[in-house]
Design a binder for this molecule. Structure first.
Ligand code: PMP
Length: 386
């Protein structure tokens, strides 16, 4: 089956060894072979999240479930929460928090921007149980300054909850050093595994807040008291059961985590910086405007671009006809005016060049005046830094 190169912001291309791991006959969830793989994977996730004192929880579900798996356990009805609104997924976090009984104050900005720290601090001043931040909002491509925001949360005694779905294992992230309390992600983005796994890492302050709850967790499936003993059993290499784990996906995650740690986190972040820089250089050379309003706000896991004058959302389909899948807009304020290109996980310079070639060709088909190769040359120069 011929299929396009997947350059949407998740799901992403998956390495052959990860696919092969996923395609093996299922292991039983209490088989010694599986216990060893899952236990080691949970241990190793601490190195990926950079949280030596973190507890990982991995369950079947998408990123939205991971959001709920984080919120349901540290928020109680009546708690106040502050959300840094950098786009569509921050707003989803508002909904999740409200669903679990929180009173939410949103600190927003225009699409493509991040609210200033002093406004976030002001919102925290009246007291909050949690500050929720989307590390990279996939709808805008805005990268939030996590170290500064997590420090504000700490100063005002709020737990920091970071949605790392479009960032973790692509963008630099030091969970313990930056003192983030809860981080969540999903398998289908920079972890480079097929969709289907929700992951949360909780650090001691979050686990203490959970233990001090006055009321039971409203969601049965998300209740940490049901999952923590299971995760801890796997980590001590003993069998345990609450809900059947998706054993194939976990074996695939384990293969990808091994690859990630072989590459090394610093090298992986540096490669993503190269991917981001080369895609941005290419698009700017073609005259396209980035959605993030300042370069410090540009994520390296995806690039978000306004359609140039005279071009509309037919561009996404035209790029698809050139064999590369990219995504349309998602943020309600600018939805029909921009498109999104993912470059995370195993993406490399060749994927960028193929994608830029497809974008150039599609732009030319739509009558946008460019000289073929302008974007490709800029991408090469930035990626290979020559
Ligand atoms: N948060 C962010 C930042 C995301 O990018 C996404 C998915 N695009 C989600 C949450 C929700 O994840 P899912 O679609 O897997 O439920």
């Amino acid at each position: 089956m011929s299929r396009p190169l997947l350059m949407i912001p998740g799901p992403v291309e998956v390495d052959d060894a990860v696919l092969a791991a996923n395609g093996q006959p299922p292991l039983g969830h209490t088989a010694m072979a599986f216990i060893e793989v899952f236990g080691k994977c949970l241990d190793d996730l601490r190195d990926v999240f950079r949280a030596p004192d973190g507890q990982a929880i991995v369950v079947a579900g998408s990123g939205t479930l991971a959001m709920e798996l984080a919120v349901a356990n540290v928020i109680e009805p009546g708690d106040r929460a502050v959300v840094v609104d950098t786009g569509y997924f921050s707003r989803r976090m508002v909904d999740v928090l409200k669903r679990h009984g929180a009173t939410v104050e949103t600190v927003g900005a225009l699409a493509g921007d991040c609210p200033p720290l002093d406004r976030v601090e002001q919102a925290l001043q009246t007291g909050a149980q949690a500050l929720a931040i989307t590390h990279v909002d996939t709808s805008t491509g805005v990268l939030a300054p996590i170290p500064e925001l997590a420090a504000l949360a700490r100063r005002h005694n709020a737990l920091s909850i970071v949605d790392g779905v479009c960032a973790l294992a692509g963008e630099e992230f030091e969970m313990a050093q930056w003192d983030v309390d809860v981080c969540l992600t999903a398998s289908q983005k920079a972890l480079a595994v097929p969709p289907g796994l929700a992951l949360v890492v909780a650090r001691p302050r979050a686990l203490d807040a959970f233990k001090a709850r006055r009321q039971p967790v409203a969601s049965y499936y998300c209740d940490w008291s049901l999952w923590l003993p299971v995760m801890q059993a796997y980590q001590s290499r003993t069998p345990a059961y609450f809900g059947t784990p998706p054993t194939n996906l976990i074996v695939a995650l384990s293969e990808s985590v091994n690859q990630i740690l072989r590459e090394g986190m610093e090298a992986r972040w540096a490669r993503h910086r190269q991917l981001g820089a080369s895609m941005r250089a290419a698009m700017q050379a073609l005259g396209l405007k980035l959605v993030p309003v300042r370069s410090a706000l540009c994520a390296d896991t995806l690039t978000t671009l306004y359609y140039p004058d005279g071009v509309d959302d037919a561009l996404v389909g035209k790029i698809g006809q050139q064999g590369v899948a990219v995504a349309g807009g998602l943020h309600p304020d600018i939805k029909g005016r921009y498109f999104r290109v993912g470059h995370m996980g195993i993406a490399d310079g060749a994927a960028i060049v193929q994608t830029v070639t497809a974008i150039e060709t599609a732009l030319m088909h739509l009558g946008y005046p460019i000289t073929r190769g302008t974007g490709v040359a800029a991408a090469q120069a930035a990626y290979y830094q020559t």
